[in-house]
Design a protein around this ligand. Sequence first.
Ligand SMILES: Cc1cc2nc3c(=O)[nH]c(=O)nc-3n(C[C@H](O)[C@H](O)[C@H](O)COP(=O)(O)OP(=O)(O)OC[C@H]3O[C@@H](n4cnc5c(N)ncnc54)[C@H](O)[C@@H]3O)c2cc1C
Length: 359
Amino acid sequence: MPHDVDIAVVGGGIVGAATARALGTHAGDHVLLEQFELGHARGSSHGTSRIFRLNYPDERFVRLAQAADTAWRELEDERGVRVIDRIGALDLGPEATETGRALAACGVQHQTMTATEVMARWPLRLDADESAVFQADGGLTHAAAAHTALVDSAREAGIEVRDRTPVRSLVLGRRSVKLELDRGTLSARAVVVAAGAWASAFLTPVGVELPVVPTRETVVYLDAGEAGAVPPVIDYARLPAQGEGGISRVGQAAYALGAPGVGLKAGLHHSGPVSEPDVDDEPDQAIVEWVSRWARSRYKGVGEMIRAETCLYTNSADETFVLERHGRIVVGSACSGHGFKFAPVVGRTLAALAREAAG
Ligand SMILES: Cc1cc2nc3c(=O)[nH]c(=O)nc-3n(C[C@H](O)[C@H](O)[C@H](O)COP(=O)(O)OP(=O)(O)OC[C@H]3O[C@@H](n4cnc5c(N)ncnc54)[C@H](O)[C@@H]3O)c2cc1C
């Protein structure tokens, strides 16, 4: 039986878009299928901005971020757009020491700064005994611009992009995979499932168990004043006390970054409840209040909350990514709340696995 396409990518978030672009650099008929409109706000890739950073306490992520840095720069050159404002990234608190160690081990230039040095340079408040690690290649990714650049690049390379096209199920054949759509079917030599928080439910029927759990995280946008221009901050030092203000998960770090055109975007990493992707939950008010207080205490000049929203994390146990091939199916789950920055390298890996799967 002839195949309709060589490789189908299911999911048009940042991972699917990056995979489609990477497929476009090789010959073949490939298609990207997204259930909603491109750029929708129901998954993990929406919102104004994302932190780009080499700052990780784990050397594996530092090296992956270095590769991603190169890949984003290539995309920027190709499209003639700026995707990342390279204004640096700051880690505060005890883990910053580990970040400095990992950066040094990877040969990445960085600066350990005292509280006085930090406060002289940016409108931030640190206690006298706190220090920070600043790394200059980090910055703020324009999320929608990054997604658009990847999709445009994929389209230009001949990839067909179909949005509002949910894939209802997969049927495994000996030489192909059938994708059941609302109108008809599509057969492909290989399928990449980059379906974010929807992936588990989609993969279980074809015998692939994904060791991930989706959570719904609350994000707050605040009036920023000068704070919008401060490098993205990850604050490992100040976390809520257990049960404070009704917060059920205290999270791992508070973070904030500029939200171009809005103000300051802030959140409490890994504080959201386990959730289903199609449940339309509201932002968690306890998190909204704690994060707003944290931002006003850390930054000078941060004002009123503008709005809050939710966004899905798809979490693995150790925050690493699932990039696997199961016969003709390739699975790409790269989130745990920090996957955006790695998308171009993750996309290349998934595209390579898919070409192998397509035979
Ligand atoms: C609040 C928040 C803050 C974050 N901050 C950062 C940060 O600062 N830095 C960073 O690097 N990362 C960050 N992340 C993580 C990053 O955004 C995610 O890792 C990334 O967006 C995951 O992309 P994805 O393509 O896997 O998922 P998604 O964007 O959810 O894409 C999956 C897509 O698959 C589609 N789909 C699902 N099922 C089907 C189907 N059956 N048929 C067709 N389409 C389907 C969905 O509609 C969706 O569009 C953050 C995430 C959140 C939520």
